[in-house]
Design a protein around this ligand. Sequence first.
Ligand SMILES: [Mg+2]
Length: 311
Amino acid sequence: MSERTTRRTGESVLDRSGANARLGSAGRTDARSPRTGHTRRTGELPSALDAIEPLLDAARRVLLCLDYDGTLTPIVARPEIAELDVATRHLVRELAGLCATAIVSGRDRRDIERRVQVPEAFYVGSHGFDVGGPAEHRLALQIGEPYLASLDAAERLLRAGSARLPGALVERKRFSIALHSRMVARELLPAVGALVDEVLAQLPDLRREPGKEVIEVQPNVAWDKGKSVLWLKDALGLDDALALHVGDDLTDETVFTVLADDGAGIFVGEEERATAARYRLRDTEEVALLLRRMIPLLRARTVGRAGRTAG
Ligand SMILES: [Mg+2]
């Protein structure tokens, strides 16, 4: 893989992933992520802590995908203070040496790289629109590039409009803009949604994606965290690998859904809702416990190392 160069921009990558089937001849449609496959309730899921040993036993190779906020670090009121603790960083680093490991986040890719600081890992930022890896892999995907001018315009409009909405916070990422409403008074929340509608009416090549107390404005293209994980799996030549994704947010459902047949989604949290995940962890402490448990299991076999060399 190290000699393989995978650098694609814009929509050209869609041909390879098959995602263009949804785009139509215009190349752009209302491309909301499919919300299929939510066949289970989070409360009924078995613990991933019990399942991990048989899962890894049955797998030839492993691709481990980890969300950041609410998964590796507890959710905090202000996202800028969500730091990774040293013990968890060591676990991630050790795992990245044993199997292909990716951090998959809605955050800007550079931001997430700075916070995690594991050079051996792959990083998927801006909800899948921006993928990068260790230098020797020369792997990059920047699917949002053709939308940068629209994103810049949307950022200006959202900043101007949010000035009249106390507590609203605009966060610009390279290929996505988050309008955070966690600190907005309840009676003003409809106005936050209306502001986004107003902006999107002027910029039809962008769309909204709801999250936990946040609205994301993204390129209106059929792409999401789930598709980016499949792209990464393919780009790393890990077709036969067991892909695990650990995440807590609604946007993680796009990954749980694509892994429903040949991988496993692991939902983190106490929230009761429909999900495409197969297993569950209660909180970030259980996530750390799972990671700790995986290390000797992966180390005990050469298969884990095969995942790394092939990746
Ligand atoms: Mg999260």
